[in-house]
Design a protein around this ligand. Structure first.
Ligand SMILES: Cc1ncc(COP(=O)(O)O)c(C=O)c1O
Length: 380
């Protein structure tokens, strides 16, 4: 069993993807070829955002977003410590300061109610992460940002295709950034990403920053980066789009099915495992299907012995990472610390079969039961 089954996906899409790649090989415009604009138009239309700017990766999209708003050294960006390092990395790269706000323990997304207390005169932006494929509490976050004149940048690396109060992830804040890393809900065959906005000036800035800050050929208006997305990678994403709605529906169904099976085979039998909560006004596209268990190392080892690959997203919150610790104490953000110790991601992709999913849950039940049996009995 694979953690993310991309082979079955390629087999299903081979004709479309091969034809798309061949077309690029035939026209030879490997840099900023016609597929770049075609993909941008298709994704802007999908999300409802006025602009989509295809870039080299999700990390590059976040970096370009912060450059486009003119983040200066010393500026503070409020974000979650429970995310992939790239979220804070780009802030620190520009001399900014990540200011962490703890997560909601049941969704693992930033707790919007705690944001206002973290705002200072140096605050410039809020960067919530739509973790595991569920959009963070954007209505609350946008409201706080509006009260304090801050820009909201959704790190939507894991949530392309998700919806929030009827709107699409990547179109629920001033700027959004997604990733086409191969294992993401919408992936390419290498690195890729995109920035979304309905602000014309931000879109123009992002387009210029993507090509070394050029507003015209060899006219460098601003400092930029080499941040283009390859034409070939855009062609791969275009080749995947015809199946994407089916894949999203399948991911949602598999996520629900995991929940149902785990409730029946573990929770109802008193075995300790916690499911992620999905709020009623949004959905989850399950970039990762993640649960929480107490003795994760033992559970993971037992699953590995049963031939079931798992992963941990993420073992340490960023305030425990030397490069991104910031000024907060090691004991702060307790929900993020706890989540780092307990989260466990199970195999998930649109092509996961029900039979394999049944095997995963049966093995999980056995593994968790074994940890309970091995635990020392507590005094009555
Ligand atoms: C939450 C989050 N932010 C940013 C990134 C960075 O995306 P990429 O790997 O495309 O640079 C990722 C993906 O790994 C991610 O999961």
């Amino acid at each position: 069993m694979q953690f993310t089954d991309l082979k079955t996906q390629y087999t299903a899409l081979k004709a479309d993807i091969d034809a798309r790649i061949q077309r690029v090989l035939d026209h030879g415009q490997y840099i900023m070829g016609p597929e770049v604009k075609e993909l941008e138009a298709a994704l802007a239309a999908r999300t409802g955002a006025r602009h989509c700017v295809a870039v080299a990766s999700g990390t590059e999209a976040l970096l370009i977003a912060l450059m486009a708003i003119g983040l200066k050294p010393g500026d503070e960006v409020i974000t979650t410590p429970f995310t992939f390092a790239a979220t804070a990395e780009v802030i620190v790269l520009l001399g900014g300061v990540p200011v962490y706000v703890d997560i909601e323990p049941d969704t693992c997304n930033i707790d919007a109610r705690l944001i206002e207390a973290a705002i200072t005169p140096r605050s410039r932006a809020i960067m919530p992460v739509s973790l595991y494929g569920q959009v963070a509490d954007m209505a609350q976050i946008n409201a706080v940002a509006a009260r304090h004149g801050l820009v909201v940048i959704e790190d939507a690396a894991q949530s392309f295709g998700a919806s929030y109060q009827g709107a699409a992830s990547c179109n629920v804040s001033a700027i959004a950034c997604t990733s086409f890393f191969p294992s993401k809900p919408l992936g390419c065959y290498g690195d890729g990403g995109a920035l979304f906005t309905s602000d014309d000036a931000i879109a123009q800035a992002a387009r210029e920053i993507r090509v070394h800050g050029q507003s015209g050929r060899y006219h460098h208006t601003r400092v930029g980066v080499g941040g283009r997305m390859d034409t070939l990678q855009c062609a791969v994403v275009l080749g995947k789009l015809p199946r994407f709605d089916w894949e999203l529906a399948r991911r949602r169904a598999l996520g629900e099915r995991y929940n149902t099976l785990i409730r029946a085979q573990l929770i109802d039998r008193g075995l300790p495992v916690q499911l992620l909560a999905v709020r009623p006004d949004r959905d989850c596209v399950w970039a990762q299907y993640t649960v929480m268990v107490d003795q994760r190392a033992a559970v993971q080892q037992a699953l590995q012995a049963a031939g079931i690959p798992t992963a941990v997203h993420y073992p340490k919150p960023l305030h425990h990472q030397p490069a991104y610790a910031g000024g907060c104490g090691a004991d702060s953000h307790p929900h993020s610390i706890q989540a780092g110790q307990r989260v466990l991601s199970l195999p998930m992709s649109a092509d996961l079969t029900e039979a394999d999913q049944d095997r995963v849950v049966a093995a999980l039940a056995q593994a968790v039961a074994a940890t309970v049996e091995a635990a020392p009995a507590t005094a009555a």
